[in-house]
Design a protein around this ligand. Sequence first.
Ligand SMILES: [Zn+2]
Length: 81
Amino acid sequence: MFGRLFLILVLLAVSLYIVKYLRTKLDQSQKHNDKDSKDNNQNTKKLMVKCQHCGLHIPEKEAIKKGDNTFCSLEHAKKEL
Ligand SMILES: [Zn+2]
């Protein structure tokens, strides 16, 4: 009788611990994701560059670079040089 009660208490404690642990982990991952998306937005804004030919603003990752100049497309890079 006592052994069974003890087992139930242990199972209850373990399940409560797991629920608490999962909630904490979920909160952390959500906060982490929020931080990541904010960082990404800031990075995207920071990394906008202007095409030297047409003046179009494009993300630095998509820009064509020729020395110090940046261009929106390969054609514009060729036209300018
Ligand atoms: Zn351009």
